[in-house]
Design a protein around this ligand. Structure first.
Ligand code: HEC
Length: 472
């Protein structure tokens, strides 16, 4: 990766993106894409029935969505850009080149969405003053729902592209990028799932915002419950379609993706747990509808917790299974491209890196060079001592507490992509493997945390002159 590397040595860079991005997706799907159409439906129902209870419930649910989406939702949205460009600027750079106009459109749509949500929420009370105003208000809500969905629909194209760029590999146009093999199935999955999630949130909020033992509570829970059940079947179809387009190599990564290596044998049981959890949502909602009348908070809370947990696991899995690539077939997660390997394997990665303190491995600089190699080749996924520590991984393989052996580590690195196909092949040459192995071994005795450029400042390779280009 030819940039001054940002690196978090305890939590790892991946976790930083994961926390921000997953929080964003949960909020976006459940409170924007899915919830706005449901709120508009509730409002319209109140308008048609001329019953202010429905309107009031819709407004309260919207208040909740408004506060969270415009604060945490918006902040985590920007946070994804920030964290992803810190952790892997090369991949973001490539994606921007391919999707420039898609992102531009998304930005315009997003700004419109923000304006619409402000108008929609802030003019709510005034819209109750006349029938015309209400009708107009419902139209604004419907437009907001459409715009929220479009932002998701654009971003999903990019997520699909990162898993499998499809025809774009041979014909590099924006359209081929957007209509990659995974795009439509993933959209067909996420759309009903967003509606389902929103339904579970609305169910819980309906319980909170309505009065005990009233017929209105029963009716409202029934209405929202029907919404959830209506989206259940499309979500199942979407999931199956999506699953069928995931390339086989990625399906093979599933077992580690769901947990970590330690849990890979649980995969089969996890599939059942996941399916049972998903159907338990329908069962709980069915129970609520069947029972009518009195209910406690628990059955209205369970579906939210279940679907949020399932989506969390889903997002982690989706991010993981495309490894070793950050952009399917085009760029590895370490930001090197397969086509660069022939040269780098021969001449080494240090020689072509700009922001390193050594440009080749010598006997004197071995550990320092090894550290640089680690930063370039492994640090996007591993830390030195923290979560997913590389030293720890080798120790687990060769025996905890036993001194590591350089030779066996180098042997492992030569075939690391075969041993574990979610790791890219080693990008540099044998000398660099030896230096890296020596550095990892040294961590056993001196487990100093490895600081990124944000702490350490930037080193410039000795081969670079002040004018740029190579000195030699
Ligand atoms: C694309 C991300 C990625 C890159 C880049 C990467 N690794 Fe890994 N590596 C992983 C993951 C994920 C695991 C498994 C972690 C787990 O779940 O236990 C792993 C596991 C390992 C293991 C243990 C394998 C086993 O069979 O138990 C070793 C050793 C290892 N990595 C070394 C390296 C070295 C050395 C580099 C740099 C040259 C590197 N990795 C680069 C993602 C990566």
């Amino acid at each position: 990766m030819d940039i001054p590397a940002f690196h978090l040595d305890f939590m790892g860079n991946r976790l930083l993106i994961a926390i921000i991005a997953i929080l964003h997706v949960l909020i976006n799907h459940s409170l924007a894409v899915g919830l706005i159409p449901l709120v508009v439906l509730l409002e319209r129902l109140g308008y048609k029935l001329q019953n202010p209870d429905w309107d009031e419930l819709a407004r309260k649910i919207m208040f909740f969505a408004f506060i969270i989406t415009t604060s945490l939702g918006a902040m985590t949205g920007v946070g994804i850009w920030l964290s992803a460009s810190l952790a892997n600027p090369y991949s973001i750079g490539s994606l921007i080149r391919v999707f420039y106009w898609a992102w531009f459109t998304e930005w315009v749509v997003f700004v419109t969405e923000v304006v619409l949500i402000l108008i929609y929420f802030l003019t709510w009370r005034r819209s109750n003053l006349s029938k015309e105003a209400k009708a107009k208000h419902i139209k604004i809500g419907s437009s907001l729902a459409i715009f929220s969905w479009i932002t998701m629909a654009i971003i999903v194209a990019i997520l699909g592209f990162m898993m499998d760029p499809g025809n774009w590999m041979t014909d590099r146009s924006l359209l081929n990028g957007v209509f990659n093999p995974i795009y439509l199935p993933q959209l067909a999955f996420r759309t009903p799932v967003a509606m389902l999630m929103a339904g579970t949130v609305a169910l819980f909020l309906t319980f909170l915002f309505t009065k005990k033992d009233t017929t209105f509570r029963t009716e409202a829970i029934h209405y929202v419950g029907m919404w959830i059940l209506a989206w259940f079947f499309p979500a199942c179809i979407g999931a199956i379609w999506y699953y069928t387009v995931i390339p086989d190599v990625m399906v093979n990564n599933f077992n580690v993706a769901i947990g970590t290596q330690a849990f890979q044998d649980w995969l089969d049981s996890f599939k059942y747990v996941g399916a049972i959890a998903f159907f338990s949502i329908a069962l709980t909602v069915g129970y609520l509808l069947f029972k009518r009348g009195k209910t406690s908070i628990i059955p209205t809370m369970l579906p939210v917790l279940t679907i949020f947990s399932l989506l969390l696991v889903f997002e982690r899995t989706r991010e993981f299974i495309r490894k070793p690539y950050v952009i399917g077939k085009y760029m590895y997660s370490n930001a090197y491209r397969p086509e660069e390997y022939a040269l780098l394997n021969k001449e080494g990665i240090l020689k072509y890196a700009t922001y390193v303190s050594t440009n080749e491995v010598t006997t004197e600089n071995k550990l320092e060079a090894g550290k640089n190699v680690f930063m370039l080749a492994c640090s996007r996924c591993h830390t030195s001592n923290g979560i997913n520590s590389v030293m720890n991984k080798f120790e687990l393989m060769y025996g905890k507490g036993k001194p590591l052996e350089i030779e066996s580590m180098v042997g492992y690195m030569k075939g690391m992509h075969n041993a574990r196909n979610y790791m890219p092949p080693f990008p540099g040459n044998t000398k660099e493997m030896e230096a890296l192995a020596a550095y990892i071994k040294s961590l056993q005795d001196y487990p100093d945390p490895l600081e990124g450029a944000q702490e350490n400042g930037v080193s410039i390779s000795p081969t670079q002159t002040t004018k740029g280009g190579f000195a030699k």
